[in-house]
Design a protein around this ligand. Structure first.
Ligand code: HPA
Length: 272
């Protein structure tokens, strides 16, 4: 694994002489942020040695290097999900590469279903903690001591400093922010009514199919993380009913929240 990471780093450094300070996983809700990056170079995943190969046709996966809010950033345009059939090591490989390129902060976004009945579709939730319910962990296997410890602690997976900053920015911009615990599951099925209820009961506010593996690998390497989630459907409504989420509905709610999410991340990066 370490050899692979070094190979990938060598290739990237030969392609571009650029030391990013911040890494961004452009998940749901942050697609438009890519347009705001003053691009120095974009490298398609297919050209990067050891990067997972995308099996989805027309999938625009690339690593974008450039400037955003006056900072040097590297952004993953397109992420890898466990439900697509990638291994946990493949899903998280780009995070390890970005850390080795020198990033000091990892920013991520995603879409999720809400269990907290004070949430509404279209809300943006700052992730303050997570529950890993993938049934596996990207760090299973021989530990890579050069990257981090065998038993990494996860007491502060999402950095409090950036959470506070996000709320300050949201206040100033009149953007309503929620906060809560994200539970990560494999998907690709949405939850049964009983699963939504169960996840709510065990302490989660929203459920989604990404982010947890990336954050685990980032924290293993001591990399601070900040993540936002768009509540695209309600697993449980106030009346106790369960909605029937569709991919289209998720997409629609995500598009509506995108400008707010973009504003927060852009301003956050400016202020770091
Ligand atoms: N469950 C899991 N993942 C999701 C959901 C959901 O309800 N909405 C968006 N991503």
């Amino acid at each position: 694994m370490l050899t692979k990471i070094k190979q990938t780093i060598d290739y990237i450094r030969q392609s571009i002489n650029f030391d990013p300070e911040i890494g961004i996983v452009l998940g749901t809700g942050l697609g438009a942020l890519a347009d705001e990056i003053k691009v120095e170079k974009a490298i398609p995943y297919a050209e990067i040695p050891n990067f997972p190969v995308s099996t989805v046709q027309g999938h625009k996966g690339q690593l974008v290097f450039g400037y955003l809010g006056g900072k040097k950033v590297v952004a993953m345009q397109g992420r890898f999900h466990y439900y697509e059939g990638y291994t946990m090591q493949q899903v998280t490989f780009p995070i390890r590469v970005m850390k080795m390129l020198g990033i000091k902060l990892l920013i991520l976004s995603n879409a999720s279903g809400g269990m907290n009945t004070s949430f509404r579709v279209g809300d943006i939730m700052v992730i303050v903690d997570h529950i890993n319910l993938f049934g596996t962990n990207p760090l299973i296997g021989q530990n890579i001591d050069e990257l981090g410890p065998r038993f990494p602690e996860m007491s502060c997976a999402y950095d409090k400093k950036y959470i506070k900053l996000a709320f300050d920015i949201a206040d100033e911009c009149n953007i309503h922010l929620q906060q809560g615990v994200y539970i990560g599951v494999t998907g690709p099925t949405f939850e049964t009514p009983s699963e939504y209820k169960f996840f709510g009961k065990i302490g989660a506010d929203a459920v989604g199919m990404s982010t947890v593996p990336e954050v685990i690998v980032a924290r293993h390497m001591g990399l601070p993380c900040f993540a936002l989630s768009i509540i695209t459907d309600m697993g449980i409504t106030i009346s106790g009913e369960v909605e029937k989420p569709t991919h289209e509905e998720v997409q629609k709610a995500a598009n509506a929240a995108e400008p707010r999410m973009t504003t927060i991340i852009k301003k956050l990066i400016e202020r770091i």
